[in-house]
Design a protein around this ligand. Structure first.
Ligand code: OOG
Ligand code: MG
Length: 261
């Protein structure tokens, strides 16, 4: 480890305060070019501990950069993960407060609901055995870095840009083939992105397995009742005050939020 424990804690404070106050920061790696991926995840975890100490609860995890469209959009070509807390959850049809964001974007996703603990290493098929249901979902990402520009290590330290998530109605997993569901992102009635669940890691189950397997390397696992966002199927789109944002997944339904000041 090149960064000292004090420096990890300092970086966690920087990203946590930036997210809390919605103030943009320079990339952490500008001053710390030696930061490793392991250290970036250590910063992410330390920033979550700060949230838990303020009373936030962990609801699940999010995979990111699992589709070509997303990797291309941000120029980082490796899947990553982040944590989801109750503070980030927006009810279906609810409100995103623009004042709490730096430069929010939204993206269409599928989200898994876990009925059982899920411990890696697992194959995608094994991972799906822990799943009870799947729902259409929207993620709101809001990188705390200037110009939404970052390296792999920076975005990992910044909890994979997560700001919020919205979950639609849950469909039991047994009743649905999620391999290639048409998905679209609709803003103010206009389709702004279109794709397929097949774009998510080739199959969303692979994203779930990757999440379990990355946690397993740290001796951690997913727990029954947690949710796992599988990653954006398309590029993300900037959202503004007054926007009505909706995801439509064929066969699963819709979820939405609106942006207020
Ligand atoms: C990083 C987070 C990526 C996804 O679904 O691909 C992500 C970013 O784009 O800022 O959440
Ligand atoms: Mg996402």
């Amino acid at each position: 480890m090149a960064l000292s424990p004090e420096e990890i804690a300092r970086c966690a404070q920087i990203v946590d305060e930036a997210a809390d106050t919605a103030e943009l920061i320079p990339m952490l790696t500008i001053e710390r070019p030696e930061m490793t991926l392991e250290e970036a995840y250590a910063i992410q975890r330390a920033s979550m501990v700060r949230r838990f100490e303020r009373g936030e609860r962990l609801l699940g995890m999010k995979m990111g950069l699992t589709s070509e469209a997303k990797m291309k959009q941000v120029g980082v070509h490796e899947p990553i993960y982040g944590h989801l807390t109750d503070e980030m959850k927006i009810e279906d049809g609810g409100v995103l407060s623009r004042a709490r964001c730096c430069h929010p974007r939204s993206e269409p996703e599928l989200c898994f609901i876990l009925a059982r603990d899920l411990k890696g290493p697992v194959t995608p098929e094994e991972a799906m055995e822990a799943v009870s249901g799947v729902c259409p979902a929207l993620e709101i990402i809001d990188s705390r870095y200037k110009n939404f520009k970052f390296t792999l290590e920076d975005v990992v330290a910044d909890n994979a840009s997560s700001r919020g998530f919205v979950l639609g109605p849950v469909t039991p997993i047994d009743g649905v083939d999620i391999s290639a569901l048409p998905m679209k992102l609709v803003v103010n009635g206009q389709t702004v992105q279109e794709g397929s669940s097949a774009a998510i890691y080739g199959h969303p189950a692979k994203s779930l397995a990757a999440q379990a397997n990355m946690l397993a390397r740290l001796g951690q696992h997913l727990e029954a009742g947690q949710v796992v966002m599988s990653g954006g199927a398309t590029a993300a789109v900037a959202v503004n005050v007054g926007d009505e944002v909706q995801v439509v997944v064929e066969g699963l339904g819709t979820a939405s939020f609106r942006v207020e000041a």
